[in-house]
Design a protein around this ligand. Sequence first.
Ligand SMILES: *Cc1c(COP(=O)(O)O)cnc(C)c1O
Length: 340
Amino acid sequence: MIDLRSDTVTRPTPAMRKAMAEAPVGDDVLGDDPTVAALEEAVAEVLGKPAAVYMPSGTMTNQSAIRAHTEPGDEIVVEAEAHVYYYESGGPAALSGVMCRLVSGNRGVFTAAQLRAALRPANPHFPRTRLVCVENTHNRGGGSVWPIDTVAEVAQVAREAGLRLHLDGARLWNAAVVTGIPERDYATFFDSVSVCFSKGLGAPVGSALAGERDFIARARRFRKQFGGGMRQAGIIAAGALHALRHHRRRLAEDHDHARRLAEALAGMSGIRLDPAAVQTNIVVMRVTRRAASEVSAALREAGVLVHATGPDTLRAVTHLDVGSEDIDRAVECFRRVLEA
Ligand SMILES: *Cc1c(COP(=O)(O)O)cnc(C)c1O
């Protein structure tokens, strides 16, 4: 099976497993785990922030950030298909009691003018707008990258309005590799940044949230409240640290694979896809003859796993465990299924 459902399906490499087996550990809720501390320090350094906290998932880093930035009854501005809104089980409502004001971006990227139009004047009739969330790269946008100038313009409008900014950077690593813009240059526009180790970086567990010291101390409290305090977490943090050190630059390979897959699929009948839209490791395509669920079932029979992300859309994601020859084989499977 060639598994293109998500970049979350990667397994730890032998070197990563060795680092995990040998990691020094302690009780992290008591602040005693040296490997978790080393990971948090390394992440803070990469993102140019004073502090960071390790958590079990990106959902928890995002939702802890939203909770730490807001009070119940506040409003946050998010893109209509943003992960924090679309894929986190209603977290903003359930955990923070906030309202989401949606802005529809172009493949997940919205403009400063759109943000300005969504802002409300201070008035007791309105919820208090507190936070703007940006997702880079954008998952449902097909791995699209935010141009840094657009980030700067959006951040300026947010600052002028006294709002705080959160970056869901689960795949910020991919944006940094494809643009050559370091993660910290993106991070500088945000009060908080969430990054993920278990997607393209290939670690088994975890995400981190970075920001100012006081903010991270507050988020740490919500991590505990949401059930994310972990004990000898150095075992898994060691995998994340190994990934951070060794697996960032190789993401360029995943991007090459995605582009090659997209170019081959774009020529097939029954598929609509613009290869120029593939910027990172996610390939989103429309299927025109059969339902996406039927095509994905047939692909599974043929040996390729992909996700149906809508009635007529399929998503294929490249990652650490997909080699160049797997792409060739996947293309052949698509050909067989579509021509059947
Ligand atoms: C995967 C993902 C997350 C976090 O997902 P978890 O499965 O909770 O770790 C957050 N944001 C984006 C954009 C993602 O793609």
